[in-house]
Design a protein around this ligand. Structure first.
Ligand SMILES: [Fe+2]
Ligand SMILES: [Fe+2]
Length: 239
């Protein structure tokens, strides 16, 4: 790794860590000095970092993207994060169905935090599309081409809506002792004919035997992906 990459990554980590620490603490009745420190960090570190990049890095990057890169790659990363947050929100929502007491309060806080983070990402993402992409399209693509894109978007949207609703249940970040309960709760909530897709970091074979023991004849089990890093299994309730 070059020293420039290394330096920028290091600075990013440090900015991210400090920002997260402040963001988690702020608004919880902390002394005014804490809040002042937060603002000082934002104005004294975060914003100068951005301005430094605009002045000295982005010019070089612009030329490189034109030559060797893909301008939409950054937007695809936004989409990846948006997907990830949706999965986390779904997971928190599923877990809330069976959570109670202090766990419930904690899950609700988590859900709220996840939703706000997603909201911020989407707000930024939409602004980028509307301020950069749409004006380019408007200016340089003829009407027929624009119409063609619009129709294709509509079509794929309709296609997706027709696809069976199989919600993913990603348990990779769930502590192992809670995984089985979560999975069985999700299964119990299914209506006949419905399914969900279990995503795990190892082969959930033991779970299969537990399903056989407890729900023999009532469930379907189809591997969609079998490692080596991710296992995806469609688990359905038989009609
Ligand atoms: Fe940066
Ligand atoms: Fe988008």
């Amino acid at each position: 790794m070059s020293s420039l990459t290394e330096a920028i990554q290091k600075h990013h980590r440090s900015l991210g860590k400090t920002l997260e620490a402040h963001a988690r603490g702020v608004g919880g009745g902390e002394p005014q000095t804490e809040r002042n420190l937060f603002v000082a960090f934002l104005k004294g570190d975060l914003l100068p970092h951005a301005r430094g990049e605009e002045r000295h890095l982005y010019g070089a990057v612009d030329a490189l993207v034109r030559e060797h890169g893909k301008a939409t790659a950054t937007m695809m990363i936004d989409h990846e994060f948006i997907n990830d947050y949706v999965a986390k929100i779904e997971l928190a929502t599923n877990r809330l169905e069976s959570a109670d007491g202090s766990e419930r309060a904690q899950m609700l806080r988590e859900l709220r935090e996840l939703s706000l983070r997603l909201d911020a990402i989407v707000e930024l993402h939409l602004a980028k599309e509307e301020r950069v992409y749409l004006p380019l399209i408007e200016r340089y693509l003829d009407q027929a081409h624009q119409q063609q894109i619009l129709e294709a978007i509509h079509e794929s949207y309709e296609e997706e809506k027709k696809m069976p609703k199989e919600r993913p249940l990603d348990v990779r970040n769930v502590v192992p002792r809670e995984r089985h309960t979560l999975i069985f709760d999700t299964f119990t909530a299914l209506k006949p004919g419905e399914a969900f897709v279990l995503i795990n970091d190892h082969d959930p074979r033991p779970l299969y035997y537990q399903f056989q023991a407890e729900h023999s004849g009532q469930f379907s089990w189809d591997y969609l992906e079998q490692g080596p890093e991710v296992w995806r299994v469609r688990i359905g309730r038989r009609a």
